[in-house]
Ligand binder design. Structure first.
Ligand code: NI
Length: 136
């Protein structure tokens, strides 16, 4: 029997600034460009949460999508939506909020909430053209 993947698509808006406090302002501007803007800037993040596993023979589900949706809302959206990631969240207090790191943080927030037999993959669209997948 093959595994099946289910994907739940979600959305959040958040502000961020890419900055390495170990570097000079000049180097930060050089490396991060507009993303280093001290006044922050925002993105409309699109999030795809993929859960992979065997269908339960009783329900026909990999997992209940309502439950998945509730977990994502509780653990990710309520935490990050309409927030300044650098300032308002403990997750990015010491971690640069790049799309790569946001995807990893979301994975780490969701993974403990899922049945241990299920695999989890995160796909985060920072823009339509900038997409990150974790883990890969
Ligand atoms: Ni940005």
């Amino acid at each position: 029997m093959n595994k099946t993947a289910i994907v739940r698509c979600e959305h959040f808006n958040a502000a961020h600034r890419l900055h390495n406090s170990n570097w000079s302002d000049e180097k930060n501007r050089e490396v991060f460009g507009k993303c280093n803007n001290p006044s922050y800037h925002g993105h409309n993040y699109e999030l795809e949460v993929k859960v992979i596993g065997f269908c339960d023979p009783d329900t026909g589900y990999v997992m209940d999508t309502k439950l998945l949706s509730d977990i994502i809302k509780d653990k990710v959206l309520d935490k990050f939506d309409h927030k300044n990631l650098n300032v308002d969240t403990s997750e990015f207090a010491g971690l640069n909020p790049t799309a790569e790191n946001i995807a990893m943080v979301i994975y780490n927030l969701l993974k403990p909430e899922l049945d241990e037999n299920l695999e989890l993959k995160i796909k985060l669209y920072e823009t339509r053209r900038n997409i990150v997948e974790y883990p890969y």
